[in-house]
Ligand binder design. Structure first.
Ligand code: GRF
Length: 196
């Protein structure tokens, strides 16, 4: 069974999607800890409701120490609004995944978070957007892509309505990737990732 840690900064609906998949018996893993770099993140409350160790921590070295001491196999960034240092990403190479609410490499990188991403997609006039789960390296949203799912952009979409539909897709591809990871079904070869 894999040990999972979830890092977040906000509401934690993506965390919830992983908790639900675990409670439904789909994932060969358990969430050992949830860490937020924001004190009042609702994601911490969600974790507590499910008896998962949850705490505020905004110090990278301390977070790394805790992940190592809990023998974490997979770190999930689920709305974690902070770019990790090379030390962090090297320590957990190919063990950190992130969910991003666009089809990378569009609308990603520094400054593309939250509603900004969807506003940029709507303003640009793209016909499709979507969600991406990828491995995390030392730069923002540049690591190898594991899974993507497309969401159609409708003529009357606003950033808010698009965000809602993309979030639904996030809640399906993130737990799917966590499940495959925990079953050792994800293989990385350079930038190509294969789900077996
Ligand atoms: C999601 O859109 C995720 O893709 C992005 O931040 C948002 C977090 O939402 N990285 P939540 O906290 O999981 O509800």
């Amino acid at each position: 069974m894999k040990n999972i840690a979830v890092l977040l900064s906000g509401g934690g609906t993506n965390l919830q999607s992983i908790i639900d998949a675990i409670e439904a018996g789909k994932v060969n893993g358990r969430i050992k800890l949830v860490i937020s770099n924001k004190k009042d993140a609702y994601g911490l409350k969600r974790a507590e409701k499910h008896n998962i160790k949850a705490s505020f921590d905004n110090d990278e070295s301390s977070i790394i120490e805790r992940l190592l001491s809990e023998e974490i196999d997979l770190v999930v960034l689920a709305g974690f609004l902070k770019i990790l240092s090379p030390k962090f990403t090297k320590t957990f190479e190919n063990k950190i995944i992130n969910i991003h609410p666009s089809l990378i490499p569009s609308f990603c990188g520094v400054g593309y978070y939250g509603l900004n991403v969807h506003k940029a997609a709507v303003d640009y006039g793209v016909k499709v957007s979507g969600a991406t789960v990828h491995f995390v390296d030392e730069n923002a949203d540049t690591g190898p892509i594991i899974a993507q799912e497309v969401v159609e952009v409708l003529a009357d979409d606003t950033a808010e309505t698009l965000q809602r539909r993309v979030l639904e897709v996030e809640h399906s591809i993130l737990p799917m990737v966590v499940e495959k990871y925990c079953d050792d079904k994800i293989e990385v070869s350079g930038r190509r990732v294969y789900i077996k």
